[in-house]
Design a protein around this ligand. Structure first.
Ligand code: ADE
Length: 239
């Protein structure tokens, strides 16, 4: 898989040389290119934005540098990803889906966003997905790009050493779909008067799997009732 990221702050993407994604790149499991949008500007100030038509605060990113930079990158099999707080929510199912694509281009907007004609134009040439990573407004798409690249990369074959850990992730399609993971423990068996739940020391794998699933369900009900609905057995629900 290849991912191209277009930004006015290439240095913002430096963390993609570290850790899991950095290792996947050096092992050739993924190729990542970072492109400076200002390289496609045509004036001596390398400007990439202008005032919004119709007035209002802030600046809008001009279509010309985007078009000039994206034209050689985009093919008909590209998925053009545009991070935006007004996009559809990026989630684990989306990450799974995108991990099967051969080419993503992530267009990081800044200011009030990218002139809408850019997305409309490329929607005729390839698939375009505007996605938000949460209901808050960031200063630009770069942090969202880091989130998307990491979530997608760890799903590529060979990136995470133990394939089971990807299968058992929170939200992973299958057993964990719509659930967050429950608590985890390691040695020592007692720490500051707190013992590890006995079932985890039992060696009974069926019991352990059942316990983990119950814990995941209980934690999801507590932390993310929006995912499963309220717990009908909880004391406050019985009043
Ligand atoms: N750009 C600004 N805010 C964003 C968000 N919440 N998600 C994705 N891209 C963004």
């Amino acid at each position: 898989m290849r991912i191209d990221i277009v930004t006015i702050f290439p240095d913002y993407l430096a963390p993609l040389e570290l850790s899991l994604v950095g290792k996947a790149r050096s092992e050739g499991l993924i190729e990542i290119g970072v492109h400076d949008l200002r390289d496609a500007a045509t004036d001596r100030h390398r400007s990439v934005d202008d005032e919004p038509y119709g007035g209002g605060p802030g600046m809008v990113m001009s279509p010309q540098p985007w078009g000039d930079l994206l034209d050689p990158l985009v093919t008909d099999s590209t998925l053009l990803v545009v991070p935006s707080p007004s996009g559809r929510r990026f989630d684990q199912v989306t990450a799974q889906d995108w991990s099967q694509r051969e080419h993503l281009v992530i267009a990081c907007g800044r200011y009030e966003g990218i002139d809408s004609r850019v997305m409309a134009h490329y929607a005729q040439r390839c698939e375009v997905a505007e996605v938000g990573i949460g209901d808050y407004v960031l200063a630009g798409g770069e942090v969202a790009a880091l989130v998307i690249v990491e979530a997608v990369t760890r799903l590529l074959p060979g990136v995470v050493g133990n394939a089971r850990s990807v299968i058992e992730d929170s939200f992973a399609p299958g057993e964990m779909e719509g659930l967050v993971e429950g608590p985890v423990f390691t040695r020592p068996p007692v720490w500051r008067d707190q013992a590890v739940p006995e079932v985890l020391l039992s060696g009974n794998h069926a019991e352990i799997a059942r316990w983990r699933h119950e814990q995941a369900l209980a934690r999801t009900q507590r932390m993310r009732p929006d995912l499963v609905g309220p717990d009908v057995n909880a004391p406050e629900a019985q009043e």
